[in-house]
Design a protein around this ligand. Structure first.
Ligand SMILES: [Fe+2]
Ligand SMILES: [Fe+2]
Length: 178
């Protein structure tokens, strides 16, 4: 018999009210991405497929995670390029992060395909050595990426962006989610 209580999502939805503070929203989104990294490792190591978890990860990678990268690439990074003086040396950091976004998008696409195949066949990801390695590598790369964004990009953004920049960021991020 199935349990009466529906399965709770492992990645919580973001509170829309937080969009009023866009840098806090991005920071909180990073916290969810750290949770995603733990779930990717859980999927990689599990003896049996957790189908609901695999589906949830696919939806997150193709949805909220892709939207987050657009927030950074289309709005936050251009604002920083405009506001930061050369002594911040932000361009090298943003350039490296943008290259990582590109590589990670390709890797996420491969992971999505792999997990969809697992759901179709019912097999655990760890039965596919390539997929297992990709899940673990993506989590490792993502944690490093998040550390750079949290320790360098967000603190500089808090210092350099104006009230108007933040209001525009709120507007753009809200539109992207509507
Ligand atoms: Fe980010
Ligand atoms: Fe990023």
């Amino acid at each position: 018999m199935k349990p009466a209580i529906a399965r709770r999502p492992r990645l919580e939805a973001m509170p829309a009210s937080l969009l009023a503070k866009p840098l806090d929203y991005i920071f909180a989104d990073h916290f969810r991405q750290r949770a995603l990294c733990n779930l990717l490792e859980e999927l990689a190591d599990a003896a049996a497929l957790d189908e609901a978890l695999a589906r949830e990860v696919v939806v997150f990678l193709t949805g909220d995670m892709a939207v987050h990268v657009l927030d950074e690439e289309n709005d936050l990074f251009p604002l920083l390029r405009r506001r930061c003086p050369p002594e911040d040396e932000i361009e090298a950091v943003l350039g490296a992060l943008a290259r990582e976004h590109e590589a990670d998008e390709r890797m996420a696409g491969n992971i999505v395909e792999g997990l969809e195949a697992c759901v179709a066949t019912g097999s655990a990801p760890r039965a596919d050595a390539d997929l297992r390695a990709r899940l673990i590598e993506f989590a490792r790369r993502q944690r490093r990426h998040l550390a750079v964004e949290n320790s360098i990009v967000l603190p500089i953004a808090r210092q350099r962006l104006t009230e108007l920049d933040l209001a525009n960021l709120t507007k753009r991020m809200t539109e992207r989610r509507s």
